[in-house]
Design a protein around this ligand. Structure first.
Ligand SMILES: NC(=O)c1ccc[n+]([C@@H]2O[C@H](COP(=O)([O-])OP(=O)(O)OC[C@H]3O[C@@H](n4cnc5c(N)ncnc54)[C@H](OP(=O)(O)O)[C@@H]3O)[C@@H](O)[C@H]2O)c1
Length: 323
């Protein structure tokens, strides 16, 4: 079958590690289910994997991709929940020490077929297209949990979203605005700032700009490049929720003094539960909010999508399709 996979890894030249070519179709273990992938979205996680982050050499070759929507063996349209937990673990699977995301331990979704534990299948709501549904399991689910489980925000609160153009960031803006938050966003790029306003942001600023007032919470995925600004932008007692560090994990200024003196909260967040994914889908149905798709392309052209993401040249999600 056709797949986009990491044949090797390269910390400095991730695209050199990517192959779009043939891989064997997967066997279906007991209790697992096959999904014929119709749409699969790209995440920065896939670029990290090509760089070798979280993907040791002994697991190669590895089909990339966390997110998919497609058809199960009974012909039902399903969405794949990307967090694969230990079947014996009880409770929030994002806290399961043995959890992994598809494409870390088990082969990923950028292929004709993917196999996952049957419990990881979620029916696709009719209101969402397969392309839209394929955007939800990683970036949109992460944004949902950051905003609604981890932040402590109430409707009417002001939230700052750093790096407006990203997959998680566009989800944060759209979901936050639909939930009644006043959303402010930053981006390095004027066109992305304009897009943030279209998505529902009340205002958009250049990265690092002084804000009109301090905010209740900051949603951080950019990391080192924006961390200092995030901490300085918070009100007394405010919260920064962090789920990623695209520009690096070690900011020059950690602002420790400010964190304790202003009694700020720093909350880590990773993916979300299957229940949160189901609620996210209902949220989209109820509000009419839909994922912002930057581009849709056949899986054969996956290299173009990866190049866009590696260069930061996108607003929203890149979706790969199969016939
Ligand atoms: N913990 C989790 O479960 C989880 C889940 C999803 C994602 N993540 C992580 O979150 C991050 C975002 O993921 P994504 O899929 O949304 O990625 P993405 O679509 O590639 O997001 C890229 C955005 O990051 C901003 N950015 C990148 N480098 C920057 C820099 N040097 N300075 C300022 N801004 C920069 C850019 O914003 P502008 O161009 O608009 O300035 C860009 O639009 C990744 O690191 C990913 O691994 C974690």
């Amino acid at each position: 079958m056709l797949a986009a996979y990491a044949a090797t890894t390269s910390p400095d030249d991730p695209l050199s590690a990517l192959v779009v070519g043939e891989r064997p179709a997967p066997e279906v273990p007991e209790g697992w289910a096959r999904v014929r992938v119709r749409a699969a979205s790209l995440n920065h996680h896939d670029v990290w994997s090509l760089r070798g982050v979280g993907l040791p050499a002994e697991r190669l070759p590895m089909i990339l991709g966390c997110d998919a929507a497609g058809l199960d063996d009974e012909g039902r349209e399903v969405v794949v929940h990307a967090v694969i937990g230990d079947p014996d673990y009880r409770g929030d699977e994002t806290m399961d020490p043995k959890r992994s995301l598809l494409s870390e331990r088990y082969q990923g979704t950028l292929a004709d077929e993917v196999v996952v534990p049957r419990r990881n299948l979620v029916p696709k709501p009719a209101a969402l297209s397969l392309e839209e549904a394929a955007c939800l399991p990683t970036a949109w689910l992460t944004a949902y949990r950051m905003l609604f489980t981890q932040s402590g925000l109430q409707p009417g609160s002001t939230v700052l979203v750093q790096g407006a153009g990203g997959g998680v960031a566009t989800a944060l803006i759209a979901l936050g605005a639909a939930a009644g938050y006043r959303v402010w966003a930053t981006s390095r790029d004027e066109a992305k700032r304009a897009k943030a306003i279209e998505l529902g942001a009340a205002a958009a600023f250049e990265s690092g700009a002084r804000l009109p007032e301090r905010v209740d919470a900051v949603m951080e995925t950019v990391g080192a490049a924006t961390w200092g600004h995030s901490v300085k932008s918070l009100k007394q007692g405010g919260t920064v929720v962090i789920s990623g560090a695209t520009s690096g994990p070690n900011p020059a200024a950690t602002e420790l003094n400010r964190i304790f003196f202003l009694q700020l909260r720093v909350v880590g967040s990773t993916m979300g539960t299957k229940e949160e994914l189901e609620r996210l889908m209902r949220f989209c149905e109820q509000t009419g909010v839909r994922p912002l798709v930057d581009s849709v392309m056949p899986l054969e052209d996956a290299r173009d999508g990866f190049a866009k993401m590696a260069a930061g040249d996108l607003v929203g999600k890149v979706v790969f399709t199969r016939p």
